[in-house]
Design a protein around this ligand. Sequence first.
Ligand code: PEP
Ligand code: MN
Length: 338
Amino acid sequence: MIIVLKSKATEADAQEILSVIKDAGLKPLYMPGVERIVLGALGDERILANLPINAYSCVESVKPILTSYKQVSREMQSHDSQVQFGDKMIGGGSFCVIAGPCAIENEEQILASAAIVKRHGGMGLRGGAYKPRSSPYSFQGLEEEGLKLMQQASQEYGIPCVTEIIDASLVDKVGEYIDAFQVGARNMQNFRLLKAVGQTQKPIILKRGMSATIEEVLLAAEYIFNEGNQNIVICERGIRTFENATRNTLDLNAVAYIKMKSHLPVIVDPSHGTGIRELVTPMAKAAVACGADGIIVEVHNNPQVALSDGMQSLDEQDFEKMMKGLMPFIKAAGKVLA
Ligand code: PEP
Ligand code: MN
């Protein structure tokens, strides 16, 4: 629930109510505003219902949060959150492009791909070192060697990097080398992993599971937020439907819906969302138009020989064309390229 205090309420009044919330076994939240102090109480609905908060004279109003996700909801915070990635922000009035190969394959490949990303205006570098592949016989990633190459590429080209984390036990190791964690679609409900990355302060790109509802991805974000990490970016990467002409069905409804219900930034992955190179640019434009805060897109220096997802990866020419094609859309959305 959200508790708004009267304008004349003091810090001591707020502390008194916070301790009532805490003593009831609930999670207290303190949100001082310019005009008023706002407090929150999270936890068991039955305990919340019996909390005698209205009886305090310093309380102006008490409002339940109707959604199952609480801290990531717009009811809790009406303004947009922004997440710092490197020295730039994701969210707010900018549109970010994070790009790079599906997987880090070797030094030459990641350096050449990073050069392409940087040259044409990408703000961040992506690439997997631990790859959660459908088949155990597919390339699984270079693991720590890949992390080292990623860090090298990121430093050489001066762009922050993001890589997927597939297990809670890897948080410290992966965190040493990279600027942001990606939680992949297959791990969106790996709750131990969500809690582990929630205990860091690194930005998290949380991908929607391929069969997860919007509520489920917001609850996954709530897990991270609840551990203390508010630097969350939600990524729509397509869901499984009966349609099989494309790899996934890119659910752009979800972008507009999440932007309405949550204050978190939302980005779109048109590469996994379509699985088809030719569809990446049109869907990237659609992402800008529906209000996304950015895209994460697969770019490879030589997609023909890519060890994973070559079919959906852009080469330098495609990426340059996409970036140029996006500019009028970004301008029409009233945003600037991050
Ligand atoms: C990826 O980004 O390379 C990836 C595996 O994505 P997803 O988790 O969305 O399938
Ligand atoms: Mn991929």
